[in-house]
Structure formats: C-alpha cells, structure tokens
Design a protein around this ligand. Sequence first.
Ligand SMILES: *Cc1c(COP(=O)(O)O)cnc(C)c1O
Length: 343
Amino acid sequence: MSKADAKNIDWKNLSFAYMDLPYRFKALYKDGEWQDGEMTEDSTINMNEAATVLHYGQADFEGMKAYRTKDGSIQLFRPDQNAHRMHNSCERLLMPPYPEDKFVEAVKKVVKANADFVPPYGTGGSLYIRPLMIGLGPTIGVHPSDEYLFTVFAMPVGNYFKGGLTPTNFVTSEYDRAAHMGTGQSKVGGNYAASLLPGDNAHKNGFSDVLYLDPLTHKKIEEVGSANFFGITKDNRFITPDSPSILPSITKYSLLWLAEHRLNLKAEQSDVYIDDLDKFKEAGACGTAAVISPIGGIQHGDDFHVFYSETEVGPLTKKLYDLLTGIQFGDVEAPEGWIQKVE
Ligand SMILES: *Cc1c(COP(=O)(O)O)cnc(C)c1O
C-alpha cells in the first residue's frame, strides 16, 4: 500500500476510510516498563504467531479527532478524557496503561507530523486519530502478555453527514454487545467482534445499526454499536441511559453538560425503557465519528416508533450538534479545559 499524498486529497469528498499517512507513533512495553517511543513511517506491525492479541483479544483502542480552526491552527477536543478512558480499558484487560500525559503528547506529535492531512476549515472534515494497544508477547496459556505495543496513527475523514443532519432508523436485536459485568465499559476489540453479526443483520434489513438492549432484562436501551443513545423528553429533559455495560462516550458527557448549561434543559442519566418511548420528542446516537446521528425511528419486534420525524432532524438535536461542532472547530467558546491546541 502506498503512502497517502495530501496534494491528491479531495477534501470535500472524504469518507471514513483508512489512509496510510507518512507518520505514526510507536512505543513498546518490555522488561516491566514502557520504552521511549518514536515516530516512524512503518505502518506494519511484526509479531509472533502466539501474540496474545491474536488469540485472547488483548487489545484496546481510542477514537478522537483533531480540528482545523478558522485561523488555520489545529486543536484537539478533550484528549485527556481519551487518555483516561484508555487507562481504564487497559486495567480491565490487565494491560499496562500508557501514562496519560504521554498519551496526549504522542497524539500531538502524530497530528503535528501529519499536519498537512488535517482538512481545511470549512470542509467539515477532521483528522481522525486512532490510539491502539495490543499484547505482543508469545503466550499460549491464558494469561496476560509481558510485551505490548502502543501506537497512534491517523487519517483525514469527512463530515459524516454530507447534506446536513439526516435521521436514520435503528433496530433492536436478540443479541447482546457486551455482558452485564463484561467489557462493555471498555473500548476493546472483542466488543466490536461481538457486534459484527447483529450489525450485519441490521444493515441487511435496511437499518443503519443495532440499538442494543440491556443484557440482563432486554427491557432498557443501552447504546448503538459504536455510539451512545440519548433522548429529549416532551418536558425538555435530556436523558441518556446509565448501565455498567455501556461504553462511556466522551461526546455523551459533553452533550449532558451542554444540554444543561447552554440549552437550559434538565440533563440526567437514567433508565430508558424500550416500551416507554412515547415520552421522547427527539432521540439520537452520539460519538466522535458522527458527533450526533439523529434517530428517525426504532424497530422493536413488530413495533416501529418514530420520534421527531423520519426525514428531518429535531430542533434541539440540531442545536446540540451546532454547539458541539462549533466548539470543536473553534467557532463557539469552549468550557474550560475542553480544547487543547497542537503547537
Ligand atoms: C467509542 C465508542 C462510543 C463513543 O464514544 P466517544 O468518546 O463519544 O467517541 C460509543 N459506544 C461505543 C461502543 C464505543 O466504542
């Protein structure tokens, strides 16, 4: 695969796809400690056939973005939160956390080195950053590796919604993404492997993704395969589910704060019953990739529930989207500590 060349990129028509950029950061853990990492042009990973990542799924990752502002500078949105979440994911899989300050440093190095690939302001594009950690040590018994790789790579991605925010429909599933006290709170590859089959079934039936229900009772909404769920009630409460098997979305926590402090809604995390959707006037899925995907309707068994509209985004969902993307691209004043400049 040849290296990407920024001169050949059509910034307005970027999709969400891998691109082999010139530089990435790599650091190894061995002899009980993290070694000094380095920037490298090598986008391949060489490993032993018995590496724990291949057999026992010792792998976690993050997803975040760098944004080009109007004045041409580049900034990150809450990178400390990604660093902290990866620390938690590592603890769950018995992997040695990469120091959080060094995580943010590594991300900034990768963005700086590939700065030509941060899409221009106004195109809606951004640089998607993928930190990843995997167990490298050869281990055939079931126990954690003693060697790991931490790497950070990136690629430019386009605005998820080319022609404005458009609602899509979601469907519940008999499958679970994660067990009640499993790895649902951790951003690990295994959860995604488990979601591929139900996701494929949903796509084949014309839905954009699965809306998972809680693994214990299948009565409460959990989240979409790679995004958290939120709803706005008819009495103006912003509600998002609370569960030990949901991945704690940084977008979700940011929206909870913005709903309360900038839109004067009541914001809370509480149970959302799949048979009690009538109280919501709007709903959406939120995560770094799409920011907010408005939910048109939800198919649950024979019932199809429509929220605001199947074709138009609701006004409060739109306001939240504009606020959050405005902050990310530097057009709206950010709450303290949310933005870090890449020098
Ligand atoms: C990454 C992820 C999200 C979204 O989290 P953000 O921090 O908002 O990007 C939601 N659900 C799952 C399962 C995820 O892996």
